[in-house]
Design a binder for this molecule. Structure first.
Ligand code: ADP
Ligand code: MG
Length: 729
């Protein structure tokens, strides 16, 4: 990392220095127009530079004396592990006692009151004082008091003048204070209530924060100065002081705003760094000319849609560059991602390089292989398949041919990533349905020494904000158009009582020679979730009732891969009319003759997942249908969601709706995506903030704005766990 040129280290309080600076009006843009960014930057590095603060702020709490083990455990369970984390805990409430209030002016609230003790009683249940001034009287009660407090209270005599601080409430017709603080003289004070964290009380947290702050070095701000000014944020020192050591009620909202921004800013900056690092890597340039592209395209049995063409163009232009492509290709199920990728793969093979094409399941690998082989053959490109069940002999042969460069394209499961699989010159790595791979694999992939061009396919439509937050380190292509002639799926919602209507419809379709799926959330009832049907039991039941005269198949994740393959094969050949199944069919199974899908207990699935499920019948050229059946306990929200599903056929729109209705975590597979763990920011509420942060990072990049060592350090600390492929420093 580049060291910053420092004009001189700033010694005094940075806060007063910042105050003394002439206010710099406007954004960095004004300066840049005058080509005078450097003056601003220099000043800024002066202000920002400190190593003490930054090192201190990321000190693990374990290194701080006086915090017990249980406390540390509880904090760490709530992701509070460093000084930075605990200082960013925002109090739930402040009680300011800045002046005395006459009793006659009391209201519900917290007050400091001075008065004479008019009566005193040491009752069994509580200790009682009546306090009076010229304007009224107030009852103070202490329940379950300690011997220590009791002694103090007993020493107070009627007629004494005292001050009490506390919360006033109306009980019957009298004002009462319970457990007030009591003393002889009035002093201003602030009571800060922190939110309870993992069962830790506010007092404990308060003590830790006080302890930590009492040893704080001068606070320097690591956020770039132009951002603080542009976004009108408070400075860090001002912020921490106002939050934890306030003299007047702090404007918490603005501090929260800064924290949320900061988090999203750091995320964007991390992504930008990853992108930048990627640009510095070298990889094979693949010279694809338009003529070859046209020739290859002409081998397809159809013409690419505009959206497909656009995506292909983006991919091809990446392949021509000498740094690795990092691209996500998003498109609804059936939008034709595979076709686009096949052309790109053929191009790379034609140029003499190898391609690996990884998919999540064997079934899918076989399907891809069978579908793509004719196309690749017609392009004179060799293609093989390698999965877990490939016989040993065949496997050895494939591996040997592969290392000699005699196989151009290798399709397979994660077997492709295992040891012993050596390509001669692999230049393009394609990963299908990446949500099934998870963030772990992505981290591993990115950390791998070699860096081929990488293309990740995803059929999970993701709302735009979420996409920025999850894939900010990648370029994104979107196929937002279906191939022509698709009729769409007619979708209906039924209650469980009426589900036989769906079964009858399925029977009608079967009579016409079509096939159907019936999908359940569970494999077997032994999973024991009330009101939810399971595939195994319903298979038996339906076989004896509605579907007794047709050919019924059962497919679920509990079966061996051999069995699954067999059933899949029978269904493909049309020897099974109706397939009873779980969501194992979700990924990729492609049977054109299947036109109807029934999903039972549809409320148990996310909208995106349901949409993906119905995608199975949507790719048909025939009119297709889906029935979503609601369990008896389905909520009204579930009803609403399924309602949207029945009226909207666009995966991206549905994802957006689901995102709003249920939050990011629930969208299909997002948990596996490993959404960067955001503490302060909320992707739904703060989508604007995310955009601002992204824009600011882009400005920094555009003007080559220096990233201080401190900011870099913070970046690393913040994301070292979730984005472990980020290399900082
Ligand atoms: P995805 O991988 O995006 O789910 P596929 O690439 O498997 O979609 O395509 C779905 C179906 O649509 C396939 O049968 C494919 O042959 C067909 N298809 C793809 N692109 C087109 C197109 N431009 N015109 C007509 N059919 C297409
Ligand atoms: Mg696909």
């Amino acid at each position: 990392m580049k060291k910053l040129e420092l004009a001189g280290k700033n010694q005094g309080s940075p806060y007063s220095d910042i105050n003394m600076l002439p206010y710099i009006e406007g954004s960095i843009f004004k300066y840049s127009r005058r080509r005078d960014v450097s003056a601003l930057m220099k000043r800024e590095t002066e202000i920002l530079h400190t190593s003490d603060y930054v090192k201190w702020v990321f000190t693990p709490l374990t290194e701080i004396k006086g915090i017990g083990k249980t406390t540390l455990n509880r904090l760490s369970k709530n992701h509070i592990e460093t000084i930075y984390d605990i200082l960013n805990v925002i109090p739930a409430k402040y009680d300011f006692y800045s002046h005395l209030t006459p009793i006659g002016q009391l209201n519900e609230g917290t007050y400091a009151v001075r008065g004479k003790v008019g009566a005193k009683e040491d009752r069994k249940a509580y200790f009682f004082l009546r306090i009076e001034d010229d304007t009224g009287f107030l009852y103070c009660k202490w329940f379950n008091i300690t011997p220590f407090l009791k002694k103090i209270l007993q020493s107070i005599k009627t007629g004494d003048e005292v001050v009490v601080w506390g919360k006033v409430s109306h009980f019957g017709i009298f004002w009462e204070m319970h457990h007030p603080l009591i003393a002889k003289e009035f002093k201003k004070r602030v009571d800060i209530t922190y939110p309870t964290i993992g069962g830790l009380e506010s007092k404990k947290i308060s003590r830790i924060i006080e302890n930590v702050l009492s040893k704080a070095p001068p606070l320097f701000d690591y956020l770039p100065y132009f951002i603080i000014k542009k976004r009108k944020f408070p400075f860090l020192s001002e912020m921490l002081k106002s939050i934890h050591l306030p003299e007047k009620p702090p404007q918490i909202e603005i501090y929260k705003k800064r924290l949320r921004y900061e988090e999203l800013f750091l995320l964007n900056l991390a992504y930008q760094k990853i992108k930048q690092e990627n640009k510095e890597k070298k990889t094979t340039t693949i010279n694809i000319n338009d003529k070859m592209l046209q020739t290859l395209e002409s081998k397809l049995p159809f013409r690419l849609t505009h959206a497909q063409q656009r995506a292909l163009k983006e991919i091809v232009s990446d392949l021509k560059k000498d740094h690795p492509m990092m691209r996500l290709l998003q498109g609804d199920v059936g939008s034709g991602k595979t076709a686009v990728v096949a052309i790109a793969a053929a191009c790379v093979a034609k140029e003499g390089y190898q391609v690996s094409f990884m998919v999540p399941t064997e079934v899918l690998a076989i399907q891809h292989y069978e579908k793509l082989l004719p196309f690749f053959s017609s392009c004179n490109v060799s293609c093989e398949i390698l999965v877990g069940s490939t016989p040993k002999k065949k496997k050895e042969k494939i591996l040997s041919l592969l290392s000699q460069g005699k196989i151009d394209i290798l399709i397979g499961t994660h077997a492709l990533f295992q040891e012993g699989v050596n390509f001669k010159n692999m230049a393009l790595s394609i990963i299908d349905e990446q949500h099934k791979f998870g963030v772990e694999q992505r981290n591993r992939l990115m950390k791998k020494g070699t860096s081929p061009h990488t293309l990740i396919l995803s059929a999970t439509p993701i709302p735009r904000t979420l996409c920025l937050a999850l894939y900010g380190d990648m370029d994104i292509s979107i196929i937002d158009e279906l191939p022509p002639g698709r009729k769409g799926v007619k979708s209906f919602m039924l209650t469980k009582k009426r589900r036989k209507e769906a079964y009858e419809f399925v029977l009608k379709q079967v009579k016409k020679g079509k096939q159907a799926y019936v999908v359940y959330p569970l494999i077997s009832e032994s999973e024991n979730i009330p009101d939810v049907d399971a595939a195994e039991e319903m298979y038996k039941k339906l076989k004896e009732t509605y579907f007794e005269n047709i050919r019924l198949g059962l497919l679920h994740g509990g079966m061996s891969s051999d069995e699954k393959m067999k059933v899949g094969e029978l269904f493909r050949k049309g020897e099974i009319d109706v397939l009873i199944s779980t969501t194992v069919i979700e990924v990729g199974v492609d049977v054109e003759n299947a036109t109807t899908m029934v999903v039972e207990n549809a409320e148990k699935f996310g909208l995106a997942q349901l949409h993906q499920l119905r995608g199975r019948v949507r790719r048909s050229k025939y009119q297709s249908y889906s029935y979503f059946i609601l369990g008896d306990n389905a909520s009204s929200l579930a009803r609403r969601r399924i309602g949207y599903l029945c009226s909207i056929d666009d995966g991206f729109k549905l994802a957006e709706i689901d995102f709003r209705l249920r939050g990011a975590g629930d969208i299909l597979g997002i948990r596996q995506h490993g959404i960067p763990n955001l503490v302060h920011a909320d992707l739904i509420r703060d989508s604007m903030v995310l955009k601002q942060a992204k824009k600011d990072v882009e400005i920094m990049e555009k003007y080559n704005y220096p990233i201080s060592e401190e900011l870099m350090y913070i970046l690393k600390k913040k994301w070292e766990k979730s984005l472990c492929y980020l290399q900082v420093g």
